[in-house]
Design a protein around this ligand. Structure first.
Ligand code: 5AD
Ligand code: SF4
Length: 444
């Protein structure tokens, strides 16, 4: 019993899919040395917090959660607590964590996560705490074991880092410069996944469209997509995130020609005002973005478009905000992740003078959400009475009599169907559309 308790790990992940994938790698390494997962912190002998620092809120959550671990550590002094991820890459943060939460045993960053088993060993053997943050990105480390959450769909990171330096964003400082994995490494990982029964992969990177720029020989993102589209047995390919300044016609053609590339593009616009886009250092105008959307819609009929939007960026006037609202209406996004601008230390936008009042930010945020949700609901309505292909992911979270999965366009569908089809592709007739999901019945 005690032995069993000693071998459980609990990982909490904040932030983006890249962090999710990093956590799956931590889980893979732990599995290799005999640990199994638990969903209860009380049962764990290792607790890992994989942190995010893109917005202040994410950081506050980490502090709150770390504070709550004090009691657990008092009850079980053998418990190992590790904190890692983007937040730790910020200047002085690792020291701050250790000072405020002295019961934390291991602190590491985004560039050295592959060394986690070594750190754990040191804590256990030498009874010391370990803090190691690497400022510089290392060569890409291949072959780290990975324990994925899903059996049918997987994230595959194709590149790390970002060179864009949008003025609000902390990512380039904590994830380093762009580095691409070799196409054959990516291909082999996907072939291996397909052999294990995976049907869908999502290629990940902060800016996937700059994939391959520093590779020799050069391989473009469109080349990579075409190569992966040929992998036999794979059914669906998605990718994120694309930067509007870099999404090329060749990538659009690759999606059009491909059979597995899904008709879904996540294309963060951030703002509908050219003036604000320029202050954000996004390197495209409102008109450029709209022209790109037009091209995509022409080439890929039925495509689902999703986006990220920030409200309350420094200097945003009511007129700028109205530009965002009108762009949202003009594009008709299937869904949008909406964010209140959050000041991030060391970023240029944090030093801008015309910061916006919290009350104004919140009021604009609420107005934006209303418009976004209304359009999402309208977009979902278009699916009613249609038959769509679903990759069945499992039982529905809130209703185990139903199954759940997604359309090729990324819409979440809960439906009545046969459990033996979990992990497979089925046709589902959509019976009702809600704002954030669809209801349906499997077509027999
Ligand atoms: N404040 C608010 N939102 C931000 N994002 C990135 N940095 C900030 C910030 N400082 C948002 C952007 C990005 C998404 C991942 O997070 O919209 O696309
Ligand atoms: Fe941040 Fe901009 Fe890079 Fe995206 S493209 S990670 S928003 S700096």
């Amino acid at each position: 019993m005690i032995q069993e308790q000693m071998l459980k790990y609990y990982i909490e992940t904040w932030g983006c899919q890249m962090n999710e994938e990093d956590s799956e790698k931590l889980a893979g390494m732990l599995k290799n040395i005999g640990y199994t997962a638990t969903l209860r912190r009380e049962d764990a002998s290792i607790i890992i917090f994989n942190t995010c620092c893109v917005r202040e809120n994410a950081e506050l959550k980490v502090y709150g959660n770390l504070g709550a671990l004090k009691k657990l550590k008092e009850k079980n002094p053998e418990l190992v607590i590790a904190v890692c991820g983007c937040m730790m890459q910020q200047k002085g943060m690792a020291e701050e964590i250790i000072k405020r939460f002295p019961y934390v045993d291991i602190v590491f960053g985004t560039h050295n996560a592959y060394k986690f088993p070594e750190y754990l060993n040191r804590v256990k053997q030498e009874n010391v705490s370990v803090k190691e943050i690497m400022d510089k990105e290392t060569e890409i480390v291949e072959g780290v074991p990975i324990e994925r959450k899903s059996d049918s769909k997987a994230f595959v990171t194709i590149m790390y880092g970002c060179n864009n330096f949008c003025t609000y964003c902390v990512v380039p400082y904590v994830r380093g410069r762009e580095r691409s994995r070799k196409p054959e490494d990516i291909e082999n990982e996907i072939i291996d996944l397909v052999n294990k029964g995976y049907k869908e992969i999502t290629l990940l990177g902060q800016n996937v469209n700059s994939y391959g720029k520093e590779l020799e020989p050069f391989v473009s993102f469109a080349d990579l997509l075409r190569r992966i589209d040929k992998i036999e047995g794979l059914e669906r390919i998605r990718f994120m995130t694309s930067h509007p300044k870099d999404l090329s016609e060749d990538v659009i053609s690759a999606i059009k020609e491909g059979t597995k590339l899904c008709e879904q593009i996540h294309l963060p616009v951030q703002s509908g005002s050219t003036r604000i886009l320029s202050k954000m250092n996004r390197k495209y105008s409102r008109e450029d973005y709209l022209a790109l959307i037009k091209k995509i819609k022409n080439e890929l009929p039925g495509v689902a478009l999703t986006t990220d939007i920030i409200v309350g960026f420094p200097g945003e006037t009511e007129e700028d905000f109205e530009d965002t609202i009108s762009l949202v209406k003009e594009v008709g996004f299937d869904s949008a992740f909406t964010f209140i601008y959050s000041r991030r230390k060391y970023t240029p936008a944090d030093r801008m003078e015309d910061q916006i009042d919290d009350s104004v930010k919140h009021e604009r945020f609420n107005r934006l959400i209303e418009v976004v949700n209304e359009i999402s609901a309208e977009k979902n309505k278009e699916y009613e009475n249609k038959v769509v292909e679903i990759l069945v992911e499992g039982e529905s979270k809130n209703d185990s009599s139903k199954l759940t999965g997604r359309t090729r366009t990324g819409k979440l569908v809960n439906f009545v169907g046969r459990k033996e089809n979990i992990g497979k592709l089925v046709d589902v007739k959509i019976t009702k559309a809600h704002s954030f999901s669809l209801l349906g019945e499997e077509v027999k």
